[in-house]
Ligand binder design. Structure first.
Ligand code: CA
Length: 280
């Protein structure tokens, strides 16, 4: 009988331990989800509209693209598609969207009120010599120039930062252009987000974020980093504590794809992968 009691106690302790471990794992997963790290829902546009909601490439309904609301002349562009003799560049995977004159896409996401976030997205210009993208989370917005190509692939990834005023943020990407051909406009793909934690000076370094360990989301399977456009007029920076004041963008890169000085010892593996350099 005593043996049975001891066994019961041991089983109870073991199950309690497992329950606590399970709760810890759940808590950690909730913590990760709350950080909003990674692609937005269908942020790479690989979930396609129903064929009945498309007329060729043109999206016919505002909610045709899963998880997104569109406005204006929006096209769903598939890899390998041509416009005349020009091959349209799809930055990632099977598909992307193209925003015509005054067209926009938007998505609501849950966020932590008062928190800083950085948005990363890929964009390619098409017919126009100069194209711009207006990225906003009300009341913040930024107009990012797309005309300069830094990568040889015909498109680049860009970062923009904002601070939330509510627990829900509406991510809106808008083409403010008024080209002669309303179909002309930037291609957009791979929209991701990352919470930013503005660093404080340490006893080792009085500069805030002097080692550039805190910054924009970099797609782990990409090797070209993220452009941080000049943003003199913006309140927030995707590279916390730093502002880009030159006419050129700055490229934020990671140690996984570039040779950079990486800190050792107490820093996390994720943070060890990041650094930055000037581009151009
Ligand atoms: Ca895609």
């Amino acid at each position: 009988m005593e043996g049975f009691t001891v066994l019961s106690v041991l089983l109870c302790l073991a199950s309690c331990h497992l329950a606590f471990a399970f709760r810890d794992v759940l808590g950690y997963l909730k913590f990760l989800c709350a950080q909003n790290v990674g692609l937005l829902d269908n942020g790479n546009f690989e979930l396609a509209p129903k064929p009945t909601n498309l007329n060729g490439t043109v999206v016919l309904k505002p909610n045709a693209i899963p998880k997104w609301q569109t406005s204006g002349f929006v096209e769903y562009i598939k890899a390998g598609q041509k416009q005349g003799d020009m091959l349209l560049v799809v930055p990632e995977g099977f598909a992307a969207v193209r925003l015509g004159n005054e067209a926009s896409i938007k998505q609501l996401i849950n966020v932590t009120k008062g928190m800083y976030y950085s948005l990363t997205f890929s964009a390619a210009r098409t017919c126009a010599q100069e194209e711009r993208v207006n990225v906003s989370v009300a009341p913040d917005f930024g107009v990012l120039p797309i005309q300069t190509l830094y990568s040889s692939s015909g498109w680049d990834s860009y970062a923009w930062a904002f601070r939330t005023s509510y627990t829900v943020a509406e991510i809106l990407i808008h083409n403010p252009g008024v080209e002669e051909d309303p179909a002309c406009g930037p291609l957009i793909d791979s929209i991701a987000i990352r919470a930013l934690y503005p660093p404080k000076p340490t006893s080792d370094n009085l500069l805030k974020n002097g080692d550039f360990e805190e910054g924009a989301y970099i797609f782990p399977n990409t090797s070209w980093g993220v452009l941080i456009p000049p943003n003199i007029e913006d309140d927030n920076s995707p590279l916390p504590a730093w502002m880009v004041e030159s006419l050129k963008a700055v490229k934020y890169i990671d140690a996984a794809h570039f040779s950079v000085h990486t800190p050792t010892s107490y820093r996390t593996r994720r943070r060890e992968r990041e650094c930055y350099r000037t581009s151009g």
